[in-house]
Design a protein around this ligand. Sequence first.
Ligand SMILES: [Zn+2]
Length: 115
Amino acid sequence: MTLHKLQGPYELTVQQVEHISSDPCCGVFVLGDIDEHGALVAKYIGMANKNIGKRLGDFIDKYPYFKIMRCKKPYDAFEKQCKIYHECSLFSKLDNPMHPTHPEEESWICPVCGK
Ligand SMILES: [Zn+2]
């Protein structure tokens, strides 16, 4: 499962966000709570084109935990986001149930469903 390849879960705190922001890069992240086994229960999937730490900062106090994967190129982040979305939507109720969208200036298509 793609979700298992992400780092974390980490607590979503100001300190964590500052730490991640200190090395800006694109990537994909999953927000949610943890279950009794310490595994993240995905509630929100997102990506960042430039600074994943800055984007995570928008969700402090909204979600207690997160997992991330830093990516080399924005397309890699988009592709991972789609894969996680299709895996998670099968077993978890997401707060953003819409299919991930690509940046306006790109014409990427989802590697899983072709949307
Ligand atoms: Zn898709």
